[in-house]
Design a protein around this ligand. Structure first.
Ligand code: F6R
Length: 597
């Protein structure tokens, strides 16, 4: 899972590729590299580590040309070394290839190529593609790429340079995203629009099996059978960048953008369509997502129980692909994804559609593969999220889902008009309450300096608070590398309590006044074993909880508390990561968009 970019135009290609790679770094940052057609040869510079390392290498060995491809890598096959970095040159140096995806038949391909005398220089699956294209070349680059693509199994988006065609780039994809961009100075291709945002006025996502040939003056698109297809460009959307004023780290900026994201809400809330859908599908609603997006689905599930007394299903997308999860034409599948490019979520959504389900997506990127696949979409407007950890996008997803929950309660007669009115006003009040929490961020520094040395941090809560705790725990572990898990508070005494001792922290989410007694008991269970308790409590609950460390959040109906408590948990994760000297924007081993299954 990686990011690829290519450009052919009138100016120097290297600065354009580097800019593209910087924007794509969220897809992986184990290594990066570029290949340029110099007019005489294909030249490659690639380096393990962050893009700064590549820039240093390019300063030492400058490349010049108008046509090139680049790659930023998240390692799947082969450790992150210079040799395993992309691009890969074919044996005779006639083709250079960058690849995003995973080849499932690469062992067979590689052994075949080795038997033909090819020597591999890396441990990656991707290198085989460059050699394969070279072997299949018989005077026509397009045919060689098409024949190679026919032999590849798995997922791929490729950008290819050929020594035989100095000012041309080729792109081809299957199950990994690729868009082409048209600009004033030339044509580009990229894993997503963000990498070519500044150099294109219009873009076109490629379909599965399609191949493009780009020159500075034009683009041609072919289907898998080699028939030329017209290109219909979409106007580039102006990104709804909220902040502009960046803090030292993007994660902190993005947390600070939450009040504004909440006030912008979703692009268009399809109330009428949603009503028809919910009435049509009755009560079979299935949420799909990975990581934080799945956790947003857990909040929805808890909210539906709480408000409507209705059981909806929430599945981790990869589990839907593996287990026999019942889905049919009566199911409303709600696919959750910030990026809309997460491979597991996309595959699971496709699978659900094949079985006849109606697909509604909640997504932050209108031009994404998921939105294109969906029957209906609720597009959140929190702007581009750059830090790897989902913060504002998670909150925006929860907000959108809570709106769906209220709509459902209304349609199914689960709520009185008066109560609905109160809840809608509470939704409107959330941006101000979130802004209050942003103003309180200073209280985290001292706490973070204590938590930074924790042996383990357990997140606890009941009902909606537990759903929120799941996300809090993920946030802490991914950016600070502290060991953390989340449990329903009541489960503590069924095993995990054995781990409570001095040096361990319990972070208890306790926002519901109805649960105050139970929450007080949980605090006692933690602290009497010598562990420390950090309690996130609503203002009216806090005075009744015997905790040394209380982080208050404004009062809100339990339904809305996950939005507020999660802001506090995101702040805690960020400040603990900083206190531990971690880079919160680029946690090790992770990438923003996981485009492989
Ligand atoms: C955690 C995080 C990931 C993503 C997950 C799904 O902070 O960011 O767990 O939530 O990879 O990504 P999307 O929402 O783009 O499908």
């Amino acid at each position: 899972m990686c990011g690829i970019v290519g450009y052919v135009g009138r100016g120097e290609v290297v600065p354009v590729l580097l800019e593209g790679l910087r924007s794509l770094e969220y897809r992986g940052y184990d290594s990066s590299g570029i290949a340029v057609h110099t007019g005489e040869a294909l030249r490659v510079v690639k380096k393990a580590g962050r893009i700064a390392n590549l820039e240093r290498a390019l300063n030492a060995h400058p490349l010049s040309g108008r046509c090139g491809i680049g790659h930023t890598r998240w390692a799947t096959h082969g450790v992150a070394t210079d040799l395993n970095a992309h691009p890969f040159l074919s044996q005779s140096g006639t083709f250079a290839v960058v690849h995003n995806g995973i080849l499932t038949n690469y062992r067979a391909l590689a052994s075949d190529l080795v038997s033909q005398g090819v020597t591999f220089s890396s441990d990656t699956d991707s290198e085989a593609i460059a050699h394969l294209i070279e072997r299949l070349y018989e005077g026509d680059v397009l045919s060689a790429i098409r024949s190679a693509a026919e032999r590849l199994e798995g997922s791929y988006a490729l950008a290819v340079l050929s020594l035989y065609e100095p000012n041309v780039i080729y792109g081809v994809r299957k199950d990994s995203p690729l868009v082409i961009g048209r600009g004033k100075e030339g044509f580009s291709l990229c894993s997503d629009i963000s990498g070519i945002f500044d150099i294109c006025d219009a873009y076109c996502p490629l379909g599965n099996g399609e191949i493009v040939r780009l020159r500075s003056e034009g683009a041609e698109r072919y289907d898998a059978e080699g028939r030329e297809r017209p290109i219909s460009y979409l106007t580039r959307e102006t990104e709804d960048c909220l902040g502009g004023q960046y803090a030292e780290d993007r994660m902190l900026s993005e947390i600070r953008e939450i009040p504004r994201a909440l006030s912008l809400g979703s692009e268009h809330f399809p109330r009428g369509a949603l009503r028809r859908l919910l009435v049509g599908t009755g009560e079979d609603v299935l949420l799909l997502g990975c990581g934080s997006a799945y956790h947003a689905g857990l909040v929805f599930r808890a909210a539906m129980r709480e408000l409507c007394g209705v059981e909806v299903r929430a599945e981790i997308a990869s589990e839907l692909l593996t287990a026999r999860v019942p889905v049919d034409e009566r199911t409303l599948v709600i696919a959750l994804s910030q990026s809309g490019e997460t491979a597991d979520t996309l595959r699971a959504a496709e699978r659900a559609k094949e079985r006849g389900a109606h697909l509604l997506s909640v997504c932050n990127v209108r031009a994404s593969s998921l939105v294109r696949l969906s029957d209906d979409a609720l597009v959140t407007r929190c702007g581009r999220e750059c830090a790897v950890a989902a913060t504002k996008s998670y909150v925006a997803q929860v907000q959108a889902l809570l709106q769906i929950c209220l709509e459902y309660a209304d349609i199914m007669g689960k709520i009185t008009a008066e109560k609905l009115d109160v809840f809608r006003r509470e939704l409107d009040a959330l941006p101000a309450k979130a802004a209050h929490l942003i103003g309180e961020e200073g209280r985290m520094a001292a706490l973070a300096s204590r938590v930074k040395g924790a042996k383990a941090v357990f997140y606890l809560g009941r009902g909606l608070d537990y759903a929120a705790a799941r996300e809090g725990s993920l946030k802490l572990k991914e950016v600070s590398y502290l060991f953390s898990e989340a449990y329903p508070s009541g489960e503590l005494k069924h095993g995990t309590l054995a781990l409570m001792e001095h040096g361990v922290y319990g972070v208890l989410v306790a926002t519901d006044p109805a649960l105050t007694e139970k929450n007080a008991a949980t605090i006692a269970e933690i602290t009497c074993r010598g562990a420390s308790a950090v309690v996130i409590a609503s203002e009216s609950v806090a005075p009744h909880l015997p905790a040394e460390c209380l982080l208050t959040v404004p009062d809100a109906p339990p339904l809305f508390s996950p939005i507020l408590s999660s802001i506090v948990m995101q702040q805690l994760a960020y400040f603990v990561a900083k206190a531990r000297g971690c880079d919160p924007d680029r946690p090790r081993n992770l990438a923003k968009s996981v485009t492989v299954e």
